[in-house]
Design a protein. Sequence first.
Length: 442
Amino acid sequence: MYLADRSAPAPEGAKTAPARGPVRAPAVASTVLALGAVSMITDISSEMVTAVLPLYLIAGLGLSPLGFGALDGVYNGVSALVQLTGGHLADRVRNHKLIAGIGYGLSALCKPLLLFAHSLGPISVILTLERTGKGLRTAPRDALISLSTPPELQGRAFGVHRAMDTTGALLGPLAAFLILSLTVDGYDAVFGVSACVAVLGVVVLMLFVPSGVDPVPAPPAASAKATPAKATAATARDADRPAPVRLRDALGLLRLPRLRNLAICAVLLGLTTVSDAFVYLLLQRRTGIGDQWFPLMPLGTAAVFLLLAVPAGALADRIGRRTVFLTGHALLLAGYALLLWAPAWPALPFLVLALHGMFYAATDGVLPAAVAATVPGELRATGMALVGTGQALARFGCSLAFGAAWTLWGTGPALAAAAAGLLCCAAVAGFVLRPSAPQDTR
């Protein structure tokens, strides 16, 4: 937070108001709230489709688990590769809102196309384009959040955004469930409503998200010495024309030790993070939940995520992002263990979904907050894209491997292998992210 500067002298003879103490800026910037609203609306649209997609492809089109794993991997892998492009473009043109808007717009255009695709080939192309839009917008959006927030409040800001985003994830499956219950052509109705909601998200972005961010105030010492008028004018012109961001500068970010360590850990842990869709399918098969209730399963994850995203972000700011991030993966490991070995208790679905939501609350906003602390502002979107791309590509590989293991060996051995891998990778990540200096614990 910044203290308002009221130190300018008042005109002689003017009456001054009594002092009221320091004035504090809002704990969460308006840019964060506006982007949170956009993400909430967009997530309602996206999660309506995501909630019914596994059942639609496997039960409706007869896709095998291996085929779904491949499609789910492509669905996330394309987004990962495009993140690099979106992040670099946003830093290069210095207009994060423009690149984010193109990404949101492309995703919105793809939603109505699902109404005309009833076979695997066209659906795969549409989903690939939709993920391209998501990849373009992710890094510029997160860069806008971090650049509008003081460093000590990054975790809280990302927690607020993720909480608003998850509100959409909570409402999307509920809307899909209601539409499937009330309409005859349920899937087409879901896709149509999703398209309308996606357009609304783009409109909110254009109207309410500012194109830039408020500059960070300069330190008081910077103005201690007087400078000639010509030098001051030249300095202002130089500040208005920052050096262009080159691709070589972006790749050079990996030479930063702390960013490189975060990228390595994100990749390792992503390799053992089973796709949400597989978690829900495993839970359905383990507990015998009916198909009509399947779209509601993501609600459990989203509800816990929504409740804990802000507290987890604030806790990460206070005790260290490394600790909270690794704890989140320990909670995911506990969810795997319940799916593997717990008896078929009536409470099993609630326990697994609660652990799944706690995992996301402790990791989804904490990782970009940690990345923001290691990357200079002019390369913020690129740095976030590098880590996000590595993580998403790793999850792409996990989807392929898990789908193949399920098809060849069954659900038990496949999940046991994922759990063993997660335990080993979490141990390695804890060693790589060990604090080497006081600031590294953040």
